[in-house]
Design a protein around this ligand. Structure first.
Ligand SMILES: [Zn+2]
Length: 199
C-alpha cells in the first residue's frame, strides 16, 4: 500500500497517461483518507480510483503498456482471500496469458481461491514465513513455504514467483531457501526487486 504514493513518480518517467487504482471499496477509502491525507501528502494524486463493487467478480480493462502508448484488452478477476481485515486475490488475463496475484493470505490446500488459479502462466504468491513459523503465519494471515508448495503442486502454474517475504528473516535467521525440487519440479523462484520475468 505504501508503494501507491510512488506511482505519481511513475507517471513522470514513463509514457503512462493515467493510473487506475483498483481495489476493495473500503480499503480504497482508507487509503485516500490516510495515505493521501493532506497533512502527509501535499497533492491529491490524479489517479482514477476504481472501487470493486462486490467481494468477487470480473471486469474488462484496457491496459496501457509502459513501452508504447497502445492499449490492450484484458480481463481482471478478483476473489476474497483469508486474512484479518480481508484481502483480495487477482487474476489478469491478456491475450492467451494469465497472471495470478495472491498476497496477504494463509495458503491452504483446500482454500477456495485455488479454483481461480488453474492455467496460470505466472503465479505470484506470498510466502512470508518459513515452516517453523506456521503458528505466527496463521495469526498474521500469511503463508509458509510448504503450504505454498502444496498449493503450487495442486494448481500447477507454469511458473511461480514467491513474493511478500519477511524482510526481517535474514536478520532473525529464519529465512528459507528453495531446494532443487522447488526449482525444477515446481518451477518456483524467489522474486527480487527489479526482476523481470518473461511468460
Ligand atoms: Zn502482509
Amino acid at each position: 500500500v505504501v508503494g501507491l504514493t510512488f506511482l505519481i513518480d511513475a507517471l513522470a518517467v514513463t509514457n503512462l497517461q493515467r493510473i487506475q487504482v483498483i481495489g476493495d471499496a473500503e480499503k480504497l477509502n482508507v487509503v485516500r483518507q490516510h495515505l493521501y491525507h493532506e497533512l502527509l501528502f501535499p497533492v491529491e494524486p490524479n489517479f482514477e480510483f476504481r472501487p470493486l463493487p462486490h467481494s468477487a467478480g470480473s471486469l474488462e480493462l484496457q491496459l496501457e503498456t509502459v513501452r508504447d502508448p497502445q492499449t490492450v484488452p484484458a480481463r481482471l478477476t478478483w476473489f476474497p482471500l483469508e486474512h484479518p481485515g480481508g484481502s483480495l486475490g487477482y487474476c489478469l488475463e491478456v491475450a492467451d496469458k494469465k497472471l495470478a496475484y495472491i498476497t496477504d493470505t494463509t495458503a491452504r490446500a483446500e482454500a477456495d481461491y485455488l479454483r481461480h488459479l488453474s492455467n496460470s502462466d505466472l503465479l505470484l504468491h506470498e510466502c512470508y514465513f518459513d515452516d517453523q513459523n506456521q503458528e505466527f503465519s496463521e495469526k498474521t494471515g500469511h503463508s509458509w513455504l510448504s503450504a505454498v508448495t502444496e498449493v503450487v503442486r495442486r494448481v500447477k502454474p507454469r511458473q511461480t514467483a514467491l513474493i511478500h517475504i519477511n524482510p526481517l528473516a535474514e536478520l532473525l535467521g529464519n529465512g528459507f531457501s528453495l531446494t532443487e525440487n522447488h526449482r525444477s519440479n515446481h518451477k518456483m523462484l524467489v522474486a527480487e526487486d527489479g526482476m523481470r520475468i518473461e511468460f
